[in-house]
Design a protein around this ligand. Structure first.
Ligand code: PLP
Length: 407
């Protein structure tokens, strides 16, 4: 990359590993490399470090440490929760989730459909909210589990988890929430939420990739997804990823201490960015209702522009954001979340997600606000020129056009 400084506004994708987290995990990558299941001191003492990290992540969500199962990532946690509910209740073959979940959930549910399970994907309204009455009506005696994310990773839109948990309890269905996007942004209290299971992923809270957790409420029948050794009290086989687990523990402490910053300073940076874009750039629309929403996320549609083109021009300026659309074999699929909200595909393809974090500064927001209006005008000028002189541009590759425009 020619740009030496970069402007990172993609914290919902992953986050920078905090220096204090790196420091905490380093000894476990160098001198303290043993296996916590060993009987001799060199290995066994690592157990204490794993348990201390378990206490820290448990306190992040206000759980008992015994209710925490370490996994490899958020995807595994989601899969494990749904798997366990179905395995523990073989007479129940129905799963209820939403149309806007992360692929970590949606694609697992599609897989389950192929295995003969019935899955209902609850639709959302144009502001991204779900119809709670429809949710209630869709739960039936055969519903093994309801899995609804707490906050959407693309729009930041939040769902009423406490209310859903109460409905599930009254209907005798287990309730799992994918809370991967919430630590450090919302206060998490599993007792208040009253969920049966909850997923987190360490790399969204300034720890490394490769570790996650599943909270499993006491007395919930749990059957493992990864079957092997007796680690995690028989709930997840596999030698513990000690360094990453220690890092996760340190990051959990950090998330609790930065919560206020995220809810005030980061929120006001997000609000400044969002309102300036909506005000100064014509043909822009916020995707998703204003509240309740994560304090760090803003998803905006730019009429008449391809998000991929904005991303390429941003990249040349060192700005990292995400389009929220999946690029599959060269064809751009618009985001399933925005489509589920009823956005037309061309607006969905012109949508950008900005996700801020604790390391963002006002200068960085100003940098985006300085460049974005010019980028949008340039790209709109190109597309209107293309519309008037289609032959001139016919042979030109789209990427080439954009790259030239950015020069
Ligand atoms: N759930 C949500 C809401 C996410 O945003 C993500 C990651 O993007 C995941 C699950 C998957 O987490 P992981 O990357 O740890 O598998």
């Amino acid at each position: 990359m020619s740009q030496s400084k970069f402007y990172y506004f993609d914290n919902n994708a992953t986050t920078r590993v905090a220096p204090e987290v790196v420091e905490a995990m380093l000894p476990f990558l160098s001198e303290r490399w043993g296996n916590p299941s060993s009987s001799y001191h060199f290995g066994k003492q690592l157990n204490k470090d794993v348990e201390s990290a378990r206490e820290k992540v448990a306190s992040l969500v206000n759980a008992d440490p015994r209710e925490i199962v370490f996994t490899s990532c958020g995807t595994e946690s989601n899969n494990a929760a749904i798997h366990s509910a179905l395995a523990a209740h073989p007479e129940k073959r129905h799963v209820l989730t939403t149309a806007v979940e992360h692929s970590a959930n949606i694609n697992y549910c599609r897989h389950l459909q192929q295995q003969g399970c019935e899955v209902s994907f609850l639709p959302v309204e144009s502001d991204g909210a779900i119809d709670i009455h429809l949710l209630e009506k869709t739960i039936r005696p055969g519903t093994a589990i309801v899995s609804v994310m707490w906050a959407n990773n693309e729009t930041g839109v939040m769902f009423p988890i406490e209310e859903i948990a109460a409905i599930c309890r009254s209907k005798h269905a287990l309730f799992h929430t994918d809370a991967v996007q919430t630590p450090g942004k919302l206060k998490i209290d599993v007792k208040d939420l009253d969920v049966d299971m909850l997923s987190l992923s360490a790399h969204k809270l300034h720890a490394p990739k490769g570790v996650g957790l599943l909270y499993v409420k006491r007395r919930t029948k749990f059957l493992p997804y990864i079957i092997g050794g007796h680690q995690e009290r028989g709930r997840r086989g596999g030698t513990e990823n000690v360094a990453n687990i220690v890092a996760f523990g340190r990051a959990a402490e950090l998330a609790m201490s930065t919560l206020k910053d995220e809810q005030t300073r980061v929120r006001s940076l997000r609000d400044k960015l969002e309102s300036a874009i909506l005000k100064t750039i014509p043909g822009t629309i916020r995707n998703g209702g204003k509240e309740p929403r994560l304090p760090n996320t803003s998803n905006i549609a730019f009429e008449g522009v391809e998000a991929e083109a904005i991303l390429m021009m941003f990249d040349q300026l060192g700005i990292c954001v995400s389009s929220g659309s999946a690029c599959t074999t060269g064809s751009l699929d618009p985001s399933h979340v925005l489509i589920a909200m009823g956005l037309n595909p061309s607006l969905a393809r012109g949508s950008i997600r900005f996700s801020l974090g604790i390391y963002n500064t006002e200068d960085e927001v100003d940098y985006i606000l300085e460049h974005l209006p010019k980028i949008i005008s340039k790209l709109r000028a190109i597309s209107s020129e293309k519309a008037t002189h289609p032959h001139h541009h016919k042979k030109k590759d789209h990427a080439e056009t954009v790259a030239n425009a950015a020069n």
